[in-house]
Design a binder for this molecule. Structure first.
Ligand SMILES: Nc1ncnc2c1ncn2[C@@H]1O[C@H](COP(=O)(O)OP(=O)(O)OP(=O)(O)O)[C@@H](O)[C@H]1O
Ligand SMILES: [Mg+2]
Length: 246
């Protein structure tokens, strides 16, 4: 963790968070903080509870015990797989959080806000298209525009580069960094993508078996001999992390 982050206030605090589905413990007393203006990366094998953790943070799931302390009400979520509404235009998708809001802006304000956010993700002029007319990378960027329509102070990204080629993934990472800077936001980013981990260069937590198995930086992930981090880095089938069978 950098000295700057240590001095700043946490904007998200996850405290002793526990969550089970049936008899299966997904998160067992997980603790971490996210500081203002930082990106925290969450890595871990499939089925370790990364998406569940993001849903607990944004209130889509309830914890069994423990808590999430949010120092802001403004939080945006980029769902795994973009999760756009196929029957709606890009405009309607991006406008969705504002339309279904008590403080719905006027139509002119709504248009300004949607077009501003589409410009921010490099997609000016596509507002009348439907999701099935877009590439995977464009869909992801539309989902970014929707997530930031309310100028969130915290942005949650669930595997924003999954299913994209390496070049489009680089473009997506550039937009994540741009949104971070332009909106002055903090982000929590779930990923399997080691290239993304290096490009974002941030603090990381590795989830395994309902716990944080390792914490470090992008740089440390490359060099550490910690067996969990090393196994993840090398994609090894042998190591302390058993392959999870769904
Ligand atoms: N609503 C739910 N009801 C029951 N089980 C669930 C629910 N949501 C998630 N799970 C289970 O919890 C575990 C963790 O799921 P989660 O989606 O959080 O994993 P993940 O780390 O995001 O995986 P992936 O990398 O594949 O996206 C899985 O075993 C999953 O089947
Ligand atoms: Mg997931």
């Amino acid at each position: 963790m950098s000295a700057i982050n240590k001095q700043s206030e946490p904007i998200v605090e996850v405290v002793d968070l526990c969550k089970s589905f049936g008899s299966k413990k997904i998160l067992d007393s997980v603790n971490f903080k996210v500081f203002k203006n930082e990106i925290l990366l969450i890595i871990g094998c499939s089925g370790t509870g990364k998406s569940t953790l993001l849903k607990l943070i944004c209130g889509l799931e309830d914890a069994d015990s423990g808590k999430v302390i949010l120092k802001t009400d403004h939080i945006g979520m980029v769902f795994q797989g973009a999760a756009l509404f196929d029957s709606m235009t890009v405009f309607e998708n991006v406008a969705f959080p504002l339309i279904n809001n008590e403080k719905r802006p006027s139509n002119d304000q709504l248009k300004d806000k949607v077009l501003e956010k589409l410009r921010l993700v490099g997609l000016a002029g596509i507002e009348n298209l439907r999701p099935d007319e877009l590439s995977g990378g464009m869909k992801k960027r539309v989902s970014f525009a929707r997530a930031v329509i309310n100028n969130p102070e915290v942005i949650l990204y669930d595997e924003p580069t999954s299913g994209l080629d390496p070049i489009v993934s680089t473009i997506i990472v550039d937009y994540i960094l741009k949104l971070q800077k332009e909106l002055n936001a903090s982000s929590i980013l779930v990923t399997h993508n080691l290239d993304l981990v290096q490009k974002v260069s941030s603090r990381i937590i590795l989830l395994y078996n309902a716990k944080i198995a390792w914490e470090g930086t992008s740089h440390e992930l490359l060099t550490t001999s910690n067996p969990f981090a090393k196994q993840f880095r090398e994609g090894a089938t042998q190591g302390p992390m058993a392959i999870i069978k769904e």
